[in-house]
Write a protein that binds this ligand. Structure first.
Ligand code: FES
Length: 156
């Protein structure tokens, strides 16, 4: 696994214009930007932490919470909206007690609202760890989440 030093070694002498690519590399390594990694980037680039955080939080691509073992991406594009994705989103937020961008306390699930994932004919679409589910309803998503809970218990 890559370390922060491995990443920094590729940016020797870097200035602030390398901030975004460095943050992208860190997120690719860890799946999110932790406080410690932001602090390390701040020291490496000799930029204030507030500046680093300000830039990172401007872009949707950066996440500040550790993703759950099962990362739920719920599409809120137009086709999915028309087919009822808002109800599915409300239900999943209520069930898991998290908002988009958050992870459940047990670390099992994280939720991300995404724009069209290019599978509009299957709307509403939910993707969990890269697996797509079509025509999702609040009820069917409940059952889907149960299968992941079971999977997790079995250590898969
Ligand atoms: S709008 Fe959801 S897949 Fe296109």
């Amino acid at each position: 696994m890559k370390s922060m030093d491995d990443i920094f070694s590729r940016y020797e002498g870097a200035k602030r214009d390398s901030l975004i690519p460095i943050l992208q590399d860190v997120q690719e390594k860890d799946g999110f930007l932790s406080f410690d990694s932001l602090l390390a980037v701040s020291r490496f680039l000799n930029l204030p932490l507030s500046k680093i955080y300000g830039v990172a939080s401007f872009y949707n691509q950066f996440k500040f919470n550790q993703p759950g073992r099962y990362h739920i991406q719920l599409c809120r594009g137009t086709a999915c909206h028309v087919k009822g994705s808002a109800k599915v989103l409300d239900a999943v937020k209520r069930t898991l007690k998290i908002d988009s961008g958050q992870t459940t306390r047990d670390g099992l699930f994280s939720l991300e609202v995404v724009a069209c994932v290019g599978a509009c004919s299957l709307a509403p679409v939910v993707c969990i760890n890269g697996e797509y589910y079509a025509g999702v309803t609040p009820e069917s998503l409940d059952r889907i989440l149960d299968t992941y809970r079971e999977k997790d218990k079995k250590g898969n």
